[in-house]
Write a protein that binds this ligand. Structure first.
Ligand SMILES: *Cc1c(COP(=O)(O)O)cnc(C)c1O
Length: 395
């Protein structure tokens, strides 16, 4: 089938809850993808950071294939070989003690909310049903009803009520606003250390450590949604580490699945995850053997090949390249590591069309910002070539 036919078929039979760019990706290797007609593109979005390792990283594919030949799914009704090793590795990487595995990012966010509510009710004696969670305006934490109950984006909410109560949204980047929103029934503060979907919003320096201090002083849990920023993307293994901050709960997903399958988890202390007893939470697929094999290998590669350093070096190069574009329509270039947002004074969609025409896949987030988040292991020659194409397309 041609790209045109594939797109027509998809539009005909799929719900239109997305508006994809008119590109069909039929093959991918590293940072390069190909359409059915053989046209090549650089993937500068990498599935919103789920492809930090690029497409089909050979070691990840090998780990998955090896596990495919052994056992793929046991359910948590029985033990499986790799779950313990997966949890041990993720705990070590996050500086935590225990892990609860799920599949998608939204489920990990839900898990963190459940954990925080239980911890408030069972450990701190907040009356059940009164626990509240402070979140941030402009957040993106996923798509379930409870998760969009936190959203301040009308498009993500319209028609989905009644919503889950107990959330208070305050201005992102304002630690004082968080402090003011906390009361004696507050279970947790939930935030993204950099807001990805909102358009790569980097909070002021000192924000995360101020939130950490407030949460510790008030005795509420700090939940860091690092689903998009985790595993090296922003130049640290986790974006909270930029300010030396250790949250009470890390929420992880996307890159943890190595671009092969959905793998998510929360990582926390033994004490905090101790709120769960058998039957109180779970997932049929969470922590399955295939997920553990891929997740283990993904973490091994991110550490061994120093993905945070790759993101720092390549991010510096790409940010500087984009900053040098002489176009007064560019309002701001921002980001950290290889999570970069370019905000225009006008609509971003025409620029995205020019980028795609020049062989660079990217997508606008909201109307005026384009996000660049290529694979962290993108070879330098390819990154230089992509940067030159971006410079020409944005000029
Ligand atoms: C993508 C994302 C999620 C949701 O992950 P899904 O796997 O799509 O459910 C949650 N939080 C952040 C910060 C994300 O970027």
């Amino acid at each position: 089938m041609t790209s045109k036919e594939i797109i027509a078929l998809t539009e005909r039979y799929c719900a239109h809850n997305y508006k994809p760019k008119e590109v069909v990706i039929s093959e991918g290797e590293g940072a390069v993808v190909r359409d059915p007609e053989g046209r090549e593109y650089y993937d500068m979005l990498s599935a919103y950071s789920a492809l930090n390792f690029g497409h089909r990283h050979p070691e990840l594919v090998a780990a998955a294939k090896e596990q495919l030949d052994k056992v793929t799914l046991t359910s948590r009704a029985f033990h499986s070989e790799l779950l313990g090793a997966f949890a041990e590795r993720l705990a070590a990487l996050t500086g935590m003690q225990a892990v609860l595995p799920m599949n998608t990012g939204a489920e990990a966010v839900e898990t963190a909310i459940k954990t925080a509510r239980r911890y408030a009710a069972f450990v701190r004696g907040v009356p059940e049903g009164k626990q509240n969670i402070v979140c941030c305006r402009g957040n993106f934490h996923g798509r379930t009803v409870t998760v969009v109950s936190m959203s301040t984006d009308p498009t993500a909410r319209a028609g989905y009520g009644p919503f889950t109560p107990g959330f208070r949204a305050v201005e992102y980047g304002d630690a004082r606003a968080i402090e003011e929103a906390i009361d004696q029934n507050t279970a947790a503060v939930l935030l993204e250390p950099i807001q990805g979907e909102a358009g790569v919003i980097v909070p002021p320096e000192g924000y995360l450590s101020a939130v950490r201090e407030i949460c510790s002083r008030k005795g509420v849990l700090m939940l860091a949604d690092e689903v998009q920023t985790g595993f090296g993307r922003t130049g640290d293994m986790f974006a909270c580490m930029h300010e030396g901050v250790q949250p009470d709960i890390y929420i992880l997903g996307k890159a943890l699945g190595g671009g092969i399958m959905p793998v998510s988890a929360v990582a926390s202390t033994r004490d905090i995850l101790g709120v769960f007893e058998p039957g109180s939470h779970g997932s049929t697929f969470g922590g399955n053997p295939l997920a553990c094999a891929v997740g283990l290998k993904a973490m091994e590669i991110a550490v061994r090949d120093d993905y945070p350093a790759l993101a720092r070096e390549k991010g510096k190069f790409l940010q500087e390249a984009i900053r040098s574009v002489p176009n007064p329509d560019i309002k701001e270039v921002r980001g950290r590591g290889l999570l970069i947002g370019v905000e225009f004074r006008s609509e971003a969609a025409p620029y995205v069309a020019r980028l795609i025409g020049s062989g660079v896949l990217a997508k606008e987030t909201h109307e005026t910002t384009v996000r660049f988040a290529p694979p962290l292991n993108m070879p330098s020659e390819q990154l230089e070539d992509a940067a030159e194409r971006i410079r020409r397309a944005l000029a």
